[in-house]
Design a protein around this ligand. Structure first.
Ligand SMILES: [Zn+2]
Length: 250
C-alpha cells in the first residue's frame, strides 16, 4: 500500500503527493516533460479532465490526473476502512500510526529492530530446572534488556554513527545488518545461542572472557561465568561488538 493510502485510512485526508499509478504516473511524467500536450489529449480526457489542453493549463491538468488516481482508489480504501472499523483496528491505527505503518506500507520494514532479532533466537539451553538453565535464562533476559535499552536510547537515524545500535548487533552476530528480504530466508533465519559454563575449567585463573561469535553459522557463545549480572553482561557485549569478533579468552 502506498503512503498516501495509509494516511487516508488513518486520517481520512487525501495527500496529493507521493501518489502513484502504473498507468497514469508515467503519463504525468511525460506531460511534465512535454511542451506539446496534443499527443496526450485522449489520455487526459479519459482521466476526466474537461478544460483546455495546452501547456498554459499544465498545472491544472496534472492536478486532475493526480486526483483521478486517488479517486480510483478511494472506494476500495473506504471499503477497507469499514472492514478495519469492524474490528476497531482503525482506532488502534489512529493511536499508534507509526507502529502500524509498516504493516501496511511496504518498503520501510528492512530495518532490523529488537523484535526481529528476538523472534529468531534459537538458544541451546540446558535441561529445564537445572542450575545451568537458570543461568542461561538470565542471560537470555540480559540480552533482551540489552537490545531494548539500545533501542530506547537510540535516536532514529543513529545507525550510521559510532554508537552501538540494534542493527550493529545484528551485523556482529550474523554479518548483515538488514532484515532478510525473502520470506523463505526469514523463515530459515536463526541465531543460535550457546552457553559456555566451563571456561574456567578449560583455562584456570583467567578473569575475563568475551562472547564469541561465528557469523557464518549465526552462532554466539556466551561465557556464562563472566556474566553474572546485567552490568557485566552489558560491558562484555559492548566490548565484543565494538572491537570485533576476534576476541577470545584473555
Ligand atoms: Zn572465561
Amino acid at each position: 500500500m502506498q503512503e498516501w493510502c495509509y494516511e487516508y485510512l488513518v486520517t481520512g485526508n487525501i495527500k496529493r503527493d507521493g501518489v502513484h499509478d502504473t498507468e497514469i504516473s508515467p503519463l504525468i511524467k511525460m506531460i511534465e516533460d512535454s511542451s506539446d500536450l496534443s499527443n496526450f489529449t485522449k489520455e487526459i480526457l479519459d482521466c476526466g479532465y474537461t478544460g483546455p489542453i495546452n501547456t498554459d493549463h499544465k498545472e491544472s491538468i496534472l492536478r486532475a490526473l493526480a486526483l483521478h488516481i486517488t479517486t480510483k482508489c478511494i472506494p476500495m480504501l473506504q471499503q477497507l476502512r469499514v472492514g478495519l472499523e469492524i474490528y476497531d483496528l482503525i482506532k488502534v491505527m489512529q493511536k499508534k500510526p507509526q507502529e502500524c505503518h509498516d504493516l501496511f506500507v511496504i518498503g520501510y520494514d528492512e530495518k532490523v529492530d529488537s523484535h526481529y532479532i528476538l523472534s529468531h533466537l534459537a538458544p541451546e539451553m540446558s535441561p529445564i530446572g537445572s542450575i545451568k538453565q537458570v543461568k542461561e535464562s538470565k542471560i537470555m533476559e540480559f540480552f533482551q534488556d540489552f537490545l531494548l535499552e539500545l533501542e530506547d536510547t537510540q535516536p532514529e537515524d543513529a545507525a550510521a554513527g559510532e554508537n552501538l545500535s540494534v542493527p550493529k548487533i545484528m551485523q556482529w552476530m550474523t554479518g548483515q545488518a538488514h532484515r532478510h528480504l525473502l520470506v523463505s530466508e526469514r523463515e530459515k533465519f536463526n541465531i543460535v545461542f550457546k552457553f559456555d559454563h566451563c571456561c574456567l575449567q578449560h583455562m584456570p585463573n583467567h578473569t575475563v572472557c568475551y562472547p564469541i561469535v561465528s557469523a557464518c553459522t549465526n552462532t554466539i557463545t556466551f561465557p556464562v561465568v563472566h556474566m553474572v549480572d546485567y552490568e557485566s553482561f552489558k560491558t562484555l557485549m559492548q566490548t565484543a561488538v565494538t572491537y570485533g569478533a576476534s576476541f577470545d579468552r584473555v
